[in-house]
Design a protein around this ligand. Structure first.
Ligand SMILES: [Zn+2]
Length: 250
């Protein structure tokens, strides 16, 4: 018997909006898409220029592609209050940086879904774009930027790595041939049962060439300590063949 307690169903919690500083205020469900009306929870009424209080002036809306629930895209329609300062007349809008990067078209959860979809689930950029209800270019740009942000913000990502997985994805079909991206993932936490795999790097190009160059840029001691699996394959589609890095470099 399943023994958990069941709090009241609640769209804000179910859709992970708390963490984005948002609250669901309405829903519009169509067969091909779901739109959630949201408001920004935190008020933001103090002038950034002079510190005086602002008065609400009007509201603007911002559309954000969110993680899909089921096969239809979920879009957040965020109502953002604009304030006018009673002291200096400055006008500003409520801070939404918890929900998304400035000017981004995807919520932070939408972005995370896209990155995990491509890196872990082997979805194509086209499929991810469809899931988010945004254009191919929007999805592509957002995912590459997020990959870089996650990676660059973690200079210690190479520490303690013992087992890595290298995989290539068709990034885009073009008239002049397919473009590829090679994804390098740290599987150490999976093997040691301490957590999920981690993205180590994403490099444009096909895995064999890209990976040997990438590996040569790592210190010798690091290379010697690392085991490489699942070169050129979908995880699970064939048994991973553990290989030593030295073998791949030859
Ligand atoms: Zn002011």
């Amino acid at each position: 018997m399943f023994n958990a307690t069941f709090p009241c169903p609640d769209l804000t919690t179910f859709c992970g909006l708390h963490g984005l500083g948002l609250e669901a205020t309405g829903q519009f469900l169509a067969p091909d898409r779901a739109v959630l009306a949201c408001r920004v929870v935190a008020t933001d009424e103090w002038c950034r220029k002079c510190g005086c209080q602002g008065i609400p002036r009007d509201t603007v809306t911002r559309e954000l592609g969110h993680e899909p629930f089921g096969w239809r895209p979920t879009t957040l329609l965020v109502r953002i209050r604009r304030y006018k300062c009673t002291g200096c007349g400055h006008v500003w809008r409520q801070d939404t940086t918890k929900a998304a990067e400035p000017r981004a078209k995807l919520s932070r959860r939408g972005l995370r879904w896209a990155l995990e979809g491509i890196v872990c689930q082997h979805l194509t950029v086209a499929r991810v774009a469809e899931g988010l209800g945004v254009s191919w270019n929007t999805a592509n740009k957002a995912v590459l930027a997020e990959g870089r942000r996650v990676l660059i913000n973690d200079p210690t990502r190479f520490d303690g790595v013992k087992i890595i997985c290298v995989d290539e994805h068709v990034w885009r079909h073009t008239r002049h041939g397919d473009k590829y991206v090679t994804v390098i993932i740290d599987l150490t936490p999976v093997r040691e049962k301490t957590g999920p795999s981690r993205l180590l790097d994403m490099v444009e190009g096909r895995s064999k060439q890209v990976f040997s160059t990438w590996l040569q840029e790592r210190p010798q001691a690091w290379r010697d300590a690392v085991e490489v699996v699942a070169m050129d394959g979908f995880p699970g589609s064939k048994a991973p063949q553990p290989r030593n890095c030295q073998t791949l470099l030859r």
